[in-house]
Design a protein around this ligand. Structure first.
Ligand SMILES: O=C(O)c1ccccc1N[C@@H]1O[C@H](COP(=O)(O)O)[C@@H](O)[C@H]1O
Length: 228
């Protein structure tokens, strides 16, 4: 039986969720949670400078309180690697950031985010239609090496009427995220480079400033929506 999930239009989203990605150290997990992250990203892509082994990821996930979601980021991974991660971390939400097919995204049987690498000419409407089982489409800049490049893409490339909720990503930081939330109205934002002092090394103050900026954007958005 196929199940279709109805999602709230972005205007009804109570608050913009925050994912902080590329964590490699316990102290950064604690600080991300304290700053207000709803999700933390664990990069299982071996070519990334933010790569964590599964053993390390399990240690990091143990730090999480209830209701903070661990997200496993994969780039063209072998099914066995994904299955092993799902078994070791039962609450893992999957993020596919490579060239995975729909069948490969659905095979683990877990909720997943599908990354779209935005560039002029990319048909996001068609892409979202083809990922109908994705919990959300994560919009990132098209960069060499698949992602985590700290590059902002042209938000005017996002058409209206995308058929899945969107997560805004790509070069976000505390200075530009308010504009991003107000313009794109995503269900969530995702940041990595913009809260780092070194690859995989996060900064407590930058994470806090980022989360505060998102809350500020939500307040402005609520005011705008209520006609203040
Ligand atoms: O973080 C990485 O190293 C990475 C590697 C391969 C694919 C994606 C990766 N990170 C994701 O990229 C986006 C944007 O990150 P940034 O804020 O521009 O640095 C984000 O979704 C990360 O999860």
């Amino acid at each position: 039986m196929s199940v279709s999930i109805d999602f709230p239009p972005s205007g009804l989203t109570a608050r913009t969720r925050i994912k902080i990605c590329g964590l490699t150290r316990e102290q950064d997990v604690d600080k991300a949670v304290a700053a207000g992250a709803d999700a933390i990203g664990l990069v299982f892509y071996a070519r990334s400078p933010r790569y964590v082994s599964l053993e390390r990821a399990v240690q990091l996930v143990r730090r999480l309180p209830p209701f903070v979601t661990p997200v496993g980021l994969f780039v063209n991974a072998e099914p066995a690697q994904i299955a092993e991660a799902c078994a070791a971390i039962p609450t893992l939400l999957l993020q596919f950031h490579g060239d995975e097919t729909l069948a490969q995204c659905e095979a683990p049987g877990r909720p997943y985010l599908r990354a779209a690498r935005m560039m002029p000419g990319f048909d996001l409407l068609d892409f979202a239609q083809s990922c109908s089982s994705a919990q959300a489409i994560l919009l990132d800049a098209h960069v060499e090496g698949y992602g985590g490049g700290g590059k902002v893409f042209d938000w005017s490339l996002i058409p209206s009427g995308v058929s899945r909720p969107v997560v805004l990503s790509g070069g976000l930081n505390h200075a530009n995220v308010i504009d991003g939330v107000l313009r794109v109205r995503p269900c969530a934002v995702d940041v990595s480079s913009g809260v780092e002092v070194g690859k995989g090394v996060k900064d407590a103050a930058l994470m806090r400033q980022f989360c505060e900026a998102v809350r500020e954007a939500d307040a402005r958005r609520a005011d705008a929506d209520s006609g203040y």
